[in-house]
Design a protein around this ligand. Structure first.
Ligand SMILES: Nc1ncnc2c1ncn2[C@@H]1O[C@H](COP(=O)(O)OP(=O)(O)O)[C@@H](O)[C@H]1O
Ligand SMILES: CC(C)(COP(=O)(O)O)[C@@H](O)C(=O)NCCC(=O)O
Length: 338
């Protein structure tokens, strides 16, 4: 889900027949996936020749007699606070679509959309009122675990490790996948021990997650959106804001306990010792410090939970990560540090 298009910025509307639409309405973002059957316009949509040929061969090489739907999955996202843009987008898709009709239901209840996340409950009435559709709710943890198991088993090069800017794909043996810890970093963070298909338990979590980075970052830096905040963090230096072990120990390590002088002793701790106001700090330094604080905390709690249950593998997921190198590096460092 790294490359979800921001549908609110898309001028072109889907022109082909849509089937199978599903939504995940989280605390921060609405994620939307729909299947678009091939037509000429849909095929022309490909800007990636390799992807086009992979999809084409997927459809044509199946030698069995099962009907094969020829088409393509589309992904889109909206900020949850802009739910009305999402409703407008869905309206523009003309929801008279194969795949949503329940022939036994009364006319007004005929159209269903699969939906998960807290918003499937919160906005159910709004969908009914504005679009005349009912949300067919699925539990978000169940969806998450089912999706994760599927991807890890079925998709080659789905999971990877990341440390010191080195990305290495992990070969998953489907017979040696369980148990594992799934850490989903969304608005908040859920930590789930997965023991098998449909066998899982939410063992921990933290409210310091993606929503915290975005929310607190917005308050502290006045950034308008998440991408701007993330971009700022690339340019910043957290040492201006964070109190390091060396700041406390006069530039030296606290070697006896394995703490180097550059280890963060206290996130944002330097801000207490200066006679500076918020405006005196550079937003990029604040953003970097915030990203490190949250990523470190998640990495640490994840590691401790893996230890608690004797789990040898932790998979990190959720839209907070988005393939962002510094976020992944910080999480890895935190896991390895502990
Ligand atoms: N373009 C973006 N807009 C908003 N948040 C983003 C964006 N990209 C990444 N994020 C991060 O992803 C988090 C949401 O992750 P997600 O897995 O979608 O959670 P939820 O289901 O709670 O909305 C946000 O809180 C934010 O930290
Ligand atoms: C409540 C949630 C499951 C909702 O999922 P989300 O929309 O954040 O993806 C999640 O935010 C969460 O697990 N929060 C952490 C709560 C805690 O354990 O402190």
């Amino acid at each position: 889900m790294d490359h979800l298009a921001d549908a609110s910025n898309q001028n072109s509307q889907p022109q082909t027949q849509i089937s199978h639409l599903a939504l995940d309405i989280g605390g921060s973002l609405i994620k939307l996936v729909y299947f678009c059957r091939y037509s000429d316009s849909c095929r022309d949509d490909y800007d990636d020749d390799e992807l086009r040929s992979q999809n084409d061969s997927l459809c044509s090489k199946r030698g069995n007699s099962r009907p094969v739907l020829e088409g393509r999955l589309h992904f889109a996202k909206f900020e949850t606070s802009k739910i009305n843009d999402c409703l407008e987008f869905l309206r523009s898709m003309k929801l008279r679509i194969g795949g949503f009709h329940e022939s036994t239901a009364p006319l007004s209840d005929k159209i269903f959309i699969k939906a998960t996340g807290g918003g499937a409950y919160k906005f159910a009435d709004l969908f009914k009122e504005k679009l005349g559709v009912s949300l067919d709710k699925e539990d978000e943890m169940e969806c998450l675990v089912t999706g994760s198991n599927f991807l890890l088993k079925a998709v080659h090069q789905e999971a990877f490790t990341y440390l010191d800017s080195q990305k290495e794909f992990v070969q998953i043996d489907p017979n040696d996948l369980y148990p594992y810890l799934l850490v989903n970093i969304g608005s908040g963070v859920s930590m789930i021990k997965v023991d098998g298909d449909g066998k899982f338990e939410r063992v921990s979590g933290t409210s310091l997650g993606g929503g915290t980075f975005w929310g607190l970052g917005r308050l502290l830096t006045k950034c308008k959106n998440f991408d701007e905040l993330l971009e700022l963090s690339h340019q910043g230096n957290n040492r201006v804001v964070d109190m390091l072990v060396g700041d406390i120990y006069g530039g030296t390590d606290y070697a006896k306990f394995g703490l180097s002088s550059t280890t963060i002793a206290s996130s944002f701790g330097k801000a207490i010792s200066d006679n500076k106001e918020l405006d005196d700090y550079q937003p990029e330094d604040v953003s970097r410090s915030l990203l490190r604080m949250i990523s470190n905390n998640i990495g640490q709690i994840s590691y401790l939970n893996a230890l608690r249950f004797g789990l040898k593998r932790i998979f990190f997921a959720g839209f907070f990560i988005r393939g962002h190198a510094y976020t992944m590096d910080t999480i890895s460092v935190a896991v390895n540090f502990w």
